[in-house]
Design a binder for this molecule. Structure first.
Ligand SMILES: *Cc1c(COP(=O)(O)O)cnc(C)c1O
Length: 631
């Protein structure tokens, strides 16, 4: 009976490509979280069961702490290996950009896991700088301050410096530099300075406008000279110890990375020539995640490995510095996305399905049924490969006629419904034949999309996957169980918001990005749970309150070497009262006002006192409840 294997599901969803050893399909047909080495894994359905037993309904954002640790370890170890093999003289110091996931548990974990490698933090605002100052107590770990700086931020960074922290102020403009000089003199503290340069190297992918001459950030060659002169005048050129650039996030093409290194090294040499001591080269972020598993050059992927990334940087710097006799700088990267993406999985259940697969049409039509309906009925069961285009055209024509007759009042609602169902029945037959055809008209090409099921998921794209909406980011999505069963439906996924943008219709599959996802039919009395993977970077805080769906529950697990796992943190998502207060309602006031209405209802005799009590109980219980669908 069952001639479908978990391996076929693994191939279908491409998990071995985008999962990158973090996730796999096990022999029981479930998605499992995997530890490095592959011997230890824990099925996600088991974790989901544990969560439900603890009162955490779907949707839940699940964080796997082991994957974050692995992210930090891998980049540090890979750079260390390459540096060792190439006899590179500098060392590597990574920093985690706080903006990529500011949640305190994540930053705590980054700080904790990063300790052996002196992994630091990058801050782009005062708030982020305060976090970095409080969390790091190791003078070897870098704090890099990017972004706009006012006097207060500069003072904070100088204080951190006074305390011995290796805290760099990266100047992005001449005005900022003047302020740094002024505050440094006022406080009598010498800063560690960096400069951000604007490279002309352009990158491919979504962030290409961050790079090149028109990028928003960084100093041009001319401005850089101006900065150097100003520092020399102020007798502070010796503070300039870091050269920084950031040419974009999710850089899909390794060539862009190499080009950036080459150009930055020229700037590095130029600044040394001008008398700046430097010592650190900070290449910013950009290390991409292979979201669609294609290893291609698309914006959702990358055509290089971590090892290649590290090697190209180390060797690129060496090649540029050695002929000029320049000592190798210490290398800094600000990888955010690649470090945390694998940590988080959004788990949600499916609530309902809308299919475009009609119930079998009853053969008999009323005697006086209008002609278009009779013709539609004749088409059913008679579609062949040869006449499929004709059948498509005819069915569409008769369906449109039936619709017109409905509008004129010549066809009633029941007959209109019948016409629509007969039309879909014909379309389903056409679609079956179209699957095997070699050349199709644009209409037939688009047909499977029009017939795809809609699976309604218990989550909000806007809250949990904002990049899927805002920049059409592809995230891998798949069922976490029933993978020993063939998924026979093709679907798009709609969320709970009543917004036509609240949907997922780009999916990573074994054969690249598809517009429909194979899924299983729902079963009675059984939840159907899906996971959206690789959502650890940027999604949590960019999310918004569209339709007042709030933060989901969050749970972190740590998987032990013996395959057991512990729930380390559990965080309840927003209650309805929480989200209402975010938009300046006062839940107490809302309750009082509703109570007044209920009391008036009692007074007028519309409801009893007991009914009043039930109503108020339901109202206040809802205020305390989850914003998502609860069974
Ligand atoms: C956003 C940002 C990063 C992080 O980039 P990723 O692509 O996530 O690694 C690093 N540095 C700066 C200056 C940034 O603005």
């Amino acid at each position: 009976m069952n001639d479908w294997s978990p391996q076929q599901s693994a191939d279908l969803y491409g998990i071995q490509h985008w999962g990158a050893g973090h996730f796999r399909v096990n022999d029981d047909g479930e998605v499992a979280v995997q530890l490095p080495g592959g011997e230890v894994s824990v099925p996600l359905p088991e974790i989901a069961r544990g969560l439900r037993e603890r009162g955490f309904d779907m949707p839940v954002l699940l964080r796997v702490e082991n994957h974050l640790e692995k992210g930090i370890r891998r980049i540090n170890e890979t750079f260390a290996e390459v540096i060792d093999e190439s006899s590179y003289q500098g060392h590597y110091r990574g920093v985690f950009p706080i903006k990529v996931n500011q949640q305190s548990q994540i930053i705590e974990e980054v700080v904790q896991c990063g300790r052996p490698w002196h992994h630091g933090l990058e801050a782009g605002s005062k708030a982020e700088l305060l976090v970095a100052m409080a969390m790091l107590d190791d003078d070897e770990r870098l704090i890099i301050c990017n972004g706009y700086k006012d006097g207060e931020l500069i003072d904070l960074a100088l204080r951190a410096r006074q305390l011995g922290r290796r805290c760099f102020l990266v100047a992005e403009s001449r005005a900022e530099l003047d302020l740094v000089i002024e505050r440094s003199r006022a406080l009598g503290i010498a800063p560690l300075l960096g400069v951000r340069v604007k490279l002309s190297t352009r990158v491919d992918g979504h962030w290409s406008s961050d790079s090149g001459d028109r990028s928003l950030f960084g100093l041009t060659a001319t401005q850089l000279i101006d900065v150097v002169d100003r520092l020399r005048d102020a007798e502070m050129l010796d503070c300039l110890q870091l050269l920084h650039y950031h040419i974009g996030s999710q850089i899909p093409n390794i060539r862009n990375i190499r080009d950036g290194v080459r150009e930055a090294c020229r700037y590095y040499g130029g600044l040394l020539e001008e008398g700046a001591p430097l010592g650190y080269l900070d290449l910013g972020g950009g290390l991409a995640v292979d979201y669609d598993g294609t290893r291609g050059g698309s914006g959702h992927s990358r055509n290089y490995s971590l090892r290649e990334y590290c090697a190209d940087i180390v060797e690129g710097v060496q090649e540029a510095m050695d002929p000029a006799g320049i000592p190798h700088p210490h290398l800094v990267t600000e990888s955010g996305r690649a470090t945390v993406a694998y940590t988080s999985v959004l788990l949600f259940n499916i609530l309902d399905v809308a299919t475009f697969h009609p119930e079998p049409v009853d053969e008999s039509l009323p005697e006086d049924a209008p002609d278009p309906l009779k013709y539609l009925l004749e088409l059913i069961g008679n579609v062949t490969p040869r006449n499929m285009q004709e059948s498509y055209n005819d069915a569409t024509y008769y369906r449109d006629q039936a619709r017109e007759m409905f509008q004129r009042g010549d066809v009633n609602l029941r007959l209109r419904s019948l016409a629509e169902r007969m039309y879909l029945a014909v379309m389903q037959e056409v679609a079956v034949h179209a699957r095997d055809a070699e050349r199709l008209s644009a209409e037939l090409e688009a047909l499977p999309g029009r017939l795809a099921d809609i699976y309604y998921g218990n989550f909000s794209v806007f809250q949990s996957l904002p990049d899927a909406w805002a920049i059409q980011q592809v995230f891998p999505v798949m069922p976490i169980h029933r993978l020993d069963e063939e998924p026979t439906r093709l679907a798009v996924i709609a969320d709970l918001t009543c917004d036509c943008d609240g949907k997922l219709d780009h999916f990573a599959t074994g054969e690249g990005v598809a517009h429909r996802l194979p899924l299983h039919p729902l079963r009675d009395d059984e939840e159907y749970d899906l996971g959206v993977f690789l959502v650890g970077a940027y999604q949590e805080t960019l999310g918004d309150l569209h339709n007042l769906f709030g933060d989901t529950h969050v749970a972190s697990v740590r998987i032990n070497d013996d395959g057991s796992f512990d729930f380390i943190h559990e965080l309840h998502g927003d209650s309805i009262a929480d989200v209402l207060s975010y938009v300046e309602y006062q839940p107490d006031t809302l309750y009082r006002r509703f109570r007044d209405s209920a009391e008036a209802g009692v007074r007028s005799g519309r409801i009893t006192v007991a009914q009043r009590q039930q109503m108020l109980g339901a109202f206040s219980e809802s205020l305390r409840g989850y914003t998502y669908f609860e069974r």
